[in-house]
Design a protein around this ligand. Sequence first.
Ligand SMILES: [Zn+2]
Length: 209
Amino acid sequence: MSDVLKIGKISNELIAERVKNRLLSERIETPMTQSFNPSVEEEITPILENMLKKLGLDLTNDSLSETPRRLSKMYVRELFWGLDYSNFPKITTMKNDLTYDRPVEVDNISFCSLCEHHFATIDGKVNVKYIPADKVIGLSKINRIVAFFARRPQIQERFTKQVHAALCEVLETDDVYVEMTAEHYCVKARGIMDSTSITTTSYGTGEYQ
Ligand SMILES: [Zn+2]
């Protein structure tokens, strides 16, 4: 591995560490009792197997037999990988040589997350605005930061602030605004059964306070 790659990797771990510390200090980190460890996938399978059996489902049936393993794999590898900071997106920042000091706005970043109360889908979009200071990042990195925090059990208010805090940390500016609109399937598919309501949250600091 070249020195450049090594330095890139180390600084990325540092960025992830800085984001985590910022979330902790702002008291917006996802509540956890231990670090996320993907090896729990194997331990979760028999627990889910037991749950399905308690519901009376026949796990010897071909169609159901692999469901506990599939569910476990889905939660650990696909839906909740954002709990693991080693998966924080690789962010390369560039010096703002153009001294572009007007707002950069990225709209309609789509995401799929899960509400932490029911593990039901949250389907939504994010609009981000920031005013570059000394650093700019590749635009797709904003999508990747949204995707990282979407892959956790979430509540929309905290999710909004987590994306905001991470962008402030990565961009080294407080002039950041995040707005989120989402459909919550725990409202749509159960409970009140409202299929049209949309929830909007927003958070901004600096010029966007
Ligand atoms: Zn819910």
